[in-house]
Design a protein around this ligand. Structure first.
Ligand code: NAD
Length: 252
C-alpha cells in the first residue's frame, strides 16, 4: 500500500512534455525519446487520432487532437494537457507544413500559401508558447521550449520562400523569447537539414544531395533530431541557441 502511494507520487513528480505533430516523423521520435528519458508525454496530431491514441498508450502518456491553424484549438491543446496532468514543463513546437515551390516562381507562392505556412509554422508556435507560459514558468525543473525550425531558416534554401521565411522567423522568435523569458523558461531551436520522414519521402534530389555532398553522407534520421532535442532540454544553462543539424552540409 505504502509502496503504491510512493509510486504514485514518483509518477506525479515526472516532468510533462507536450510534443506537437507527434504521430509521425520527427515528432514521434521526440515523443518516444522524452518518454524514454522519464517524462510524461502529451502526444498530439491534427488528424490521426488512432495512431495518437496508440502511441500515447504505448508511452504511458495522453493524446490530444487539435488543428493548430485554428487558434482556439491550439489554446485548447495546452488546456487539455494541463487538465490531464496539471503541469507542463516542456513544449516542443514540432508540427509544421512544407510546400515545394520553386524560389524563382514568385507568382506560384501565393498570399494564401504565405498565410497558411506562417499560420502553422510561426503563429501556432507563438500561440502555444503564450498559452503554456504561465505553467512553464512554474515548472520545478525549469520550463523549456524547443522549436523545430530548419536549416532553410538560416541559409537561403528550402522547399519554398514562404517556408524558409516562416522558419527564419521562428529562429528569431527563439532568440527573442530566450532573452525575454529567462531565467524561468529556456527557449532553443533545432534547425535540421534533410530528415528522413514522411514529409521528405518523395524528395529524391534532396536525398541525393545529402548522400553525395553532406560531410556525414546521409540525411538525418528522426532519432538524430530527438537526441538534440533531449540534450537541449537536459542542459539547464543553454538558452537562445539555434542548433544546425544538417550533417555538415552548410560547410560545403
Ligand atoms: P511530418 O509530416 O511527419 O510531421 C509534421 C507534423 O505536423 C504532422 O504530424 C502533421 O500532422 C503536423 N501538422 C501539420 N499541420 C498541422 C496543423 N495545422 N495542426 C496540427 N498539426 C499539424 O514531417 P516531419 O519531417 O517530421 O516535420 C516535423 C517538423 O520538422 C516540421 O516543422 C518541419 O518543417 C520540420 N523540418 C523537417 C525537415 C525534414 O527534412 N523532414 C527538415 C527541417 C525541418
Amino acid at each position: 500500500m505504502a509502496r503504491s502511494a510512493s509510486m504514485r507520487s514518483e509518477q506525479a513528480d515526472r516532468p510533462v512534455a507536450l510534443v506537437t505533430g507527434s504521430t509521425s516523423g520527427i515528432g514521434e521520435a521526440v515523443a518516444r525519446r522524452l518518454a524514454a528519458d522519464g517524462m510524461r508525454v502529451v502526444v498530439h496530431s491534427r488528424r490521426s487520432a488512432q495512431a495518437g491514441e496508440a502511441l500515447a498508450a504505448e508511452l504511458g502518456g495522453a493524446y490530444v487532437r487539435a488543428d493548430l491553424a485554428v487558434e482556439d484549438e491550439a489554446r485548447g491543446l495546452v488546456e487539455a494537457a494541463l487538465g490531464r496532468y496539471g503541469r507542463l514543463d516542456v513544449l516542443v513546437n514540432n508540427a509544421g507544413i512544407s510546400r515545394p515551390i520553386p524560389h524563382d516562381d514568385l507568382a506560384a507562392a501565393t498570399p494564401a500559401d504565405w498565410r497558411q505556412l506562417l499560420e502553422v509554422n510561426l503563429i501556432a508556435p507563438w500561440v502555444l508558447c503564450t498559452a503554456a507560459l504561465p505553467t512553464l514558468r512554474q515548472s520545478p525543473v525549469g520550463g523549456s521550449i524547443v522549436n523545430i525550425t530548419s536549416h532553410a531558416g538560416v541559409r537561403p534554401k528550402g522547399s519554398s520562400v514562404p517556408y524558409a521565411a516562416s522558419k527564419a522567423a521562428l529562429n528569431h522568435v527563439t532568440r527573442l523569447l530566450a532573452a525575454a523569458l529567462a531565467p524561468e523558461v529556456r527557449v532553443n531551436a533545432v534547425a535540421p537539414g534533410l530528415v528522413d520522414t514522411p514529409m521528405t519521402k518523395d524528395w529524391a534530389h534532396a536525398h541525393e544531395v545529402w548522400r553525395n555532398r553532406a560531410p556525414m553522407r546521409r540525411p538525418a534520421q528522426p532519432a538524430d533530431v530527438a537526441d538534440v532535442v533531449a540534450s537541449l532540454i537536459a542542459h539547464t544553462y543553454l538558452t537562445g541557441e539555434v542548433i544546425m543539424l544538417d550533417g555538415g552540409l552548410n560547410l560545403t
